[in-house]
Design a protein around this ligand. Structure first.
Ligand SMILES: Nc1ncnc2c1ncn2[C@@H]1O[C@H](COP(=O)(O)OP(=O)(O)O)[C@@H](O)[C@H]1O
Ligand code: SF4
Ligand SMILES: [Mg+2]
Length: 326
C-alpha cells in the first residue's frame, strides 16, 4: 500500500468565545482530535451534518487556519514548516462551494488564472500556454477566458475555480461542497468532470459534502464526522453496506439503500439539533440523539474501535448493535 500523501494527526480547533485564550474561557470545539490519511490519487469523502466541523477541518488542511493542537503533514513535511511553504502552496489546491465569491469580480477569467502563475515566476508566454491547456482540460471554452465572472453561469464559474485550483498541478485538491450551490442539472456533469480530472492528473481529493449520494459516488473511503469527531471511517463499501455506528445508520436512513442486504435494516431519522460544542464535553457526542444510548455512553468517551480492514468506529457498542428490523 502506498505511503500517505496527507497525514492528519490529533487535529483540534477550539474557537475561543468571550475571554480569548485565557484559562477557563469557553471554546467551541469545532474539530476535536481528528486523525486520518489520504493516499496519492485517492478520494476521501468527508460527510456530516451542517456544523460538524467539515469546513474548519478543510481550512486547517489548506493552511488557512492554524490548528489549536495536532499536526498536518503533506509528503512527510509539516505544512506549517516555513521551509516547505512554497512547495505546499503548489501541492494543494482548493475549490469552494460558491465559485462567484472565490473569483475576483473585477478581473477577467484569464487574469484570475494568470495571477497565481505570475506569483510563481511564470513568463507571460508560459502562463498563456498553461492557461489554454488547463482551460481545455476542464472543458472551459477559450472564448470564455476574456469574460468577467458575472457573465458566466454557475457551472462555468465553478470550472474556472477548478482550473485555478489545478493550475500549478497540485497533488491534492480540497473540495468543500463544490457542487452544492449548482443547479441539479449541472451537478452530475461537474462530478463526472472532477472524476476525469482526477484520472488525468493522478490527483487525490478530500471531497467534502453533506450529500450522502454524492459522497458515495465520488469516494474511495469515507469519513463520517459529527460534533467535531470522527464517528466512522472506512472503505466506501464498508461504510455504506456494513456500517456499525448508529450515527451512520441515522444518516443513511434518509437515502434509499443500494445494497439488497440493507433493505432489512432499521431506519432512524435524525431529529433535533447537534448538541452545543461549547464547554467541557463528556461521553459520546452522539448520545443525546442516539437510539441505542446507555447511561455509560454519557460518562466515558468511546474508543475508536478497529472493525478490521481499516474500518474504524467510535461507538462503545460497535459491532454489537442489532440494526436489523424485527
Ligand atoms: N470562526 C469561528 N468562530 C467560532 N465558531 C466557529 C467559527 N467557525 C466555525 N465555528 C463553529 O464550529 C462548528 C463547525 O463549523 P463548520 O466547520 O463550519 O462545520 P460544517 O462545515 O461541517 O458545517 C460550528 O459549531 C460553527 O458554529
Ligand atoms: S457510544 Fe453509545 S451513544 Fe455513542 S453512538 Fe454508541 S451507542 Fe450511541
Ligand atoms: Mg461547511
Amino acid at each position: 500500500m502506498s505511503e500517505p500523501l496527507l497525514r492528519v494527526e490529533h487535529l483540534k480547533k477550539y474557537f475561543p468565545l468571550r475571554g480569548g485564550l485565557k484559562k477557563n474561557a469557553a471554546f467551541v470545539r469545532a474539530v476535536d482530535d481528528v486523525s486520518f490519511t489520504i493516499r496519492p490519487g485517492e478520494t476521501l469523502g468527508l460527510v456530516g451534518e451542517s456544523g460538524s466541523g467539515k469546513t474548519t477541518l478543510a481550512q486547517m488542511i489548506l493552511g488557512l487556519l492554524p490548528p489549536t493542537e495536532g499536526t498536518i503533514t503533506l509528503d512527510g513535511a509539516d505544512i506549517w514548516d516555513k521551509a516547505h511553504r512554497a512547495q505546499f502552496h503548489k501541492s494543494i489546491g482548493a475549490v469552494f462551494q460558491d465559485p462567484a465569491s472565490s473569483l475576483n469580480p473585477r478581473t477577467t477569467v484569464y487574469r484570475s488564472l494568470e495571477r497565481p502563475l505570475e506569483l510563481n515566476g511564470y513568463s507571460k508566454g508560459d502562463a498563456r500556454d498553461l492557461i489554454y491547456e488547463t482551460a481545455e482540460k476542464v472543458n472551459l471554452g477559450r472564448e470564455l477566458l476574456e469574460r468577467f465572472p458575472y457573465e458566466l453561469s454557475g457551472g462555468q464559474q465553478q470550472r474556472v475555480s477548478i482550473a485555478r485550483a489545478i493550475m500549478l498541478r497540485p497533488k491534492l485538491l480540497v473540495l468543500d461542497e463544490p457542487t452544492s450551490a449548482l443547479d441539479v442539472s449541472v451537478q452530475a456533469q461537474t462530478l463526472n468532470e472532477l472524476l476525469e480530472l482526477q484520472q488525468k492528473f493522478g490527483l487525490a481529493y478530500l471531497f467534502i459534502t453533506h450529500n450522502l449520494s454524492v459522497v458515495r459516488y465520488m469516494s474511495d473511503r469515507i469519513c463520517v464526522l459529527y460534533g467535531g469527531k470522527i464517528m466512522e471511517l472506512g472503505e466506501t463499501e464498508a461504510v455504506y453496506d456494513h456500517y456499525v455506528h448508529p450515527y451512520t445508520l441515522s444518516l443513511l436512513s434518509s437515502v434509499p439503500p443500494l445494497h439488497p442486504s440493507q433493505r432489512n435494516r432499521k431506519k432512524y431519522l435524525l431529529t433535533g439539533d447537534m448538541p452545543s460544542l461549547i464547554g467541557e464535553l463528556k461521553g459520546c457526542r452522539f448520545a443525546s440523539r442516539c437510539p441505542f444510548a446507555q447511561d455509560s455512553c454519557r460518562e466515558a468517551e468511546p474508543e475508536c474501535k478497529d472493525m478490521g480492514g481499516e474500518h474504524l468506529a467510535a461507538c462503545a457498542f460497535a459491532g454489537e448493535l442489532d440494526f436489523q428490523k424485527d
